[in-house]
Design a protein around this ligand. Structure first.
Ligand SMILES: NC(=O)c1ccc[n+]([C@@H]2O[C@H](COP(=O)([O-])OP(=O)(O)OC[C@H]3O[C@@H](n4cnc5c(N)ncnc54)[C@H](OP(=O)(O)O)[C@@H]3O)[C@@H](O)[C@H]2O)c1
Length: 282
């Protein structure tokens, strides 16, 4: 049996849909903290089990009989290490034979503040003795496309990534990669650096937005502090605004770049180009 945690989230749902193309639904376990939000998955024949990262006992029963487990990193930044440790401990107790973890691109050397919890989780997984595979996911293209609406409204695309080149891919590409490692043999011990085939700077993203929308939307590069302030002005909570601004500064230093093409090799086709996803968003 293959289990996916965070299965009611955006990535988790895409992983389940990818798995359903290769594995019978009865062999898939969707682990969610609120089973009411996964009724659609149950309707597809997937086993839905309750598992809350903050409630260790719920995880042990959720993982009963599971051979391979995908731990989708928690969205509760700051609490993630303790939560992930609970998942790893429960996986060990349940006798899981392969633990896949969605980490961050180049987590071991990344300058992004977000990398800290991923680094610590990776170390905990390595020390646990549970066979593991690390999916070091790069940026979702969707993260940057979330700003397309405000950019069109205000006539500028803002950020703090400078000339940094970004090798992002669609969430669906990373989901396919996760499904691949859960269904292909000989994955234990592998560390994948997953990123998009194509790269762009935010100025190039703004140029593509201008081309597709027919409106002139220049890229305006701000300092990290000014970008954080602008995000807070748009209504984002301070902690989240700080993380996004820090990530952009990291991108300016190459933190979101990778040219190894391991993602397209793993999924067997090119990753989704920025222009294609942008068209969908527009
Ligand atoms: N690479 C990137 O660009 C990028 C961007 C954003 C996030 N991420 C990371 O990748 C993960 C997946 O991305 P996503 O887009 O699918 O995020 P998402 O839609 O926010 O999904 C996060 C999932 O984590 C679950 N979760 C949070 N706290 C939990 C807890 N205490 N117990 C059990 N489940 C819990 C959520 O459950 P509910 O459905 O009940 O809320 C949700 O299913 C994120 O959580 C984050 O760690 C990566």
């Amino acid at each position: 049996m293959i289990a996916v945690t965070g299965a009611s989230g955006q990535l988790g749902r895409l992983v389940i849909q990818s798995l359903l193309k290769q594995v019978d639904a009865s062999q898939i376990v969707a682990v969610v903290r609120n089973p009411d939000r996964a009724a659609d998955l149950a309707a597809q024949g997937v086993q839905v089990r309750k598992g809350d990262y903050a409630q260790p006992e719920s995880l042990v029963s959720a993982f009963a009989g599971v051979d391979k487990l995908l731990l989708i990193s928690s969205s509760e930044v700051g609490q993630r290490l303790a939560q992930h440790q609970n998942v790893v401990d429960a996986a060990k107790q349940a006798g899981v034979r392969l633990l896949a973890y969605t980490s961050l691109l180049h987590a071991d050397t990344s300058v992004l503040a977000l990398a800290q919890e991923h680094r610590a989780t990776e170390a905990y997984i390595r020390a646990s003795g549970v066979p593991f595979v690390l999916l070091r996911n790069g940026w979702y293209t969707e993260n940057y496309l979330a700003s397309v609406g405000p950019a069109l409204q205000h006539g500028a695309y803002i950020g703090a990534a400078g000339e940094g080149r970004i090798a992002s891919a669609a969430r669906a590409d990373y989901a396919e990669a996760a499904a691949a490692v859960l269904t292909q043999p000989h994955q234990a011990g592998k560390v994948y650096e997953l990123a998009g085939d194509g790269t762009y700077s935010l100025a190039e993203l703004a140029a593509e937005l201008s081309r597709q929308s027919g409106k002139q939307v220049p890229y305006v590069n701000l300092s990290e502090a000014d970008f954080k302030g602008a995000l807070m002005g748009a209504g984002l909570p301070e902690g989240f605004a700080a993380l996004l601004a820090d990530s952009d500064t990291g991108a300016s230093q190459g933190g979101l770049f990778d040219d190894s093409r391991q993602l397209s090799q793993l999924i067997g086709h090119a990753t989704t180009p920025l222009s294609v996803l942008m068209k969908t968003v527009l």
